[in-house]
Design a protein around this ligand. Structure first.
Ligand SMILES: O=C([O-])[C@@H](O)[C@@H](O)[C@H](O)[C@@H](O)C(=O)[O-]
Ligand SMILES: [Mg+2]
Length: 424
């Protein structure tokens, strides 16, 4: 079996005005959809970053993968490494929270984008679900968490009709957002994206969530935007309200000191993002839970390797998410199904994407009782809807965004806004 066609299609879909430590989301999020076809008619799908630096590498890889055996992932990696080395991608400051633009992640990003599609195709050719190629499913229902954001009611300049979630800036609105998300999807745990409004206010929103949802595990994620002192002060206010404290303060050393001073379990998708940082984190005891993400950890199999390392070093594992569609969600679900030590519900931005903006047949994937279910369907069990893909590609062509930049977007609301870390 040989690969005879590789198609990389950049897409843009509507994204709400969600606030974060860098600034605010732009009106459209970018992704790329990867389709590979073998000479005997099997198709494999992948979804990855659509930001310009990631897309450039993916597009350069398209023709180089023709003729490759889709089972040869080592060869895929070599081709990716050579292509990235020849391109020398650069990072931009405003893209700190957009792993699709991190130069240091270029190989793992691009490898992962195609690895998922290769594995999907392999699994289709063997008539098995993708998870079987990862050693088989330990669970077939993968728990996800309600992922709350502070947000504005609408984007600056109103590029389209405001989303149905409305404004969320105070306790009442955050509790209402949680209630709606839990009622719609059945989530059993709650994460609040923080690092954007004054820390005491964000903590009071956690307190309001604690009151409204007794017994629900809660997490807060200021994306490293609180100083060590602020993080300690907020830890005292939070008491034992948290399941884990996610990236409150920047740096491996800062997190290590925070853990030493508070004893709280710290989680990260910011200070441990590759195996070198993992090694340094273990030496410093910086974090207790690593949030994996196959998109930048180098694919599904390297995510399993990460989970194994966490097991060896006594760390917990959960999963991180950026704005994404169903192929990514299903890929996350398959690898999560094959991680024995997945101790926490995974993150997902999926509820923030609009129901009419999905590229797979059948529309958006269901999340029921807080879980994504994997079936015995072959591969990822998904098929592309080419009409929808075309529609979201046209939106990419006209939206004018080529690289996520939450800082630049916030400057459209607040001209003096800068990328400062930590802000509080
Ligand atoms: O999309 C966002 O605003 C998030 O802040 C995202 O960029 C983060 O990478 C992520 O969700 C996180 O958990 O840190
Ligand atoms: Mg995070």
């Amino acid at each position: 079996m040989k690969i005879k066609r590789v198609t990389v299609t950049p897409i843009a879909f509507r994204d709400p005005p969600l606030l974060n430590a860098s600034g605010i989301h732009e009106p459209f999020a970018l992704r790329s959809i990867i389709e590979i076809e073998s000479d005997n008619g099997y198709i494999g799908l992948g979804e990855s970053y659509g930001d310009a630096p990631a897309l450039l590498i993916q597009q350069q890889l398209q023709s180089q993968l023709i003729g490759l055996d889709p089972f040869n992932l080592n060869q895929l990696r070599r081709i990716v490494q050579a292509t990235v080395a020849a391109n020398k991608p650069a990072s931009i400051a405003g893209a700190e929270l957009a792993p699709g633009s991190h130069a240091s992640k270029a190989v793992s990003n691009a490898y992962s984008a195609f690895e998922v599609a290769f594995l999907d195709l392999q699994a289709h050719s063997l008539n098995v679900p993708l998870v079987d190629l990862l050693g088989g499913a330990i669970r077939d229902e993968i728990p996800f968490s309600a992922y709350l954001f502070f947000k504005y009611a609408q984007h600056v300049d109103s590029p389209y009709k405001p989303d149905s979630w409305g404004e969320a800036l105070n306790e009442e609105q955050i509790v209402a957002q949680a209630r709606r998300m839990i009622e719609a999807y059945g989530f059993k745990s709650i994460k609040l994206k923080a690092g954007t409004l004054p820390p005491e206010h964000e903590v009071s929103c956690i307190k309001a969530l604690r009151k409204a949802f007794p017994g629900y595990p809660l997490r807060i994620d200021p994306n490293g935007n609180w100083s060590l002192e602020t993080s300690i002060r907020m830890a005292e206010l939070l008491g034992d309200d948290l399941q884990y404290y996610e990236d409150p303060t920047p740096g491996l050393e800062g997190m290590a000191e925070l853990h030493k001073r508070t004893g709280l379990p710290l989680a990260t998708n910011m200070v441990v993002t590759d195996f070198d940082e993992f090694r340094r984190s273990v030496a410093l005891n910086s974090v207790q839970i690593v949030l994996a993400d196959h998109h930048y950890w180098g694919g599904l199999r390297d995510t399993q390797a990460l989970a194994k390392m966490c097991d060896i070093f006594g760390l917990g594992v959960s999963m991180h998410s950026n704005s994404h569609l169903g192929i990514s969600l299903m890929a996350m679900a398959h690898v999560a199904a094959a991680v024995p030590n997945l101790d926490y519900a995974c993150d997902t931005h999926y509820p923030w994407q609009e129901p009419d903006e999905e590229v797979i047949k059948g529309g958006k994937l269901p999340i029921v009782d807080g879980c994504v279910k994997i079936t015995r369907a072959f591969g990822l069990g998904l098929e592309l809807d080419h009409d929808q893909l075309g529609k979201l590609h046209d939106q990419y062509l006209t939206c004018g965004i080529r690289q996520r930049d939450d800082v630049k977007q916030m400057q459209r609301y607040k001209p003096d806004w800068k990328a400062v870390k930590p802000r509080f």
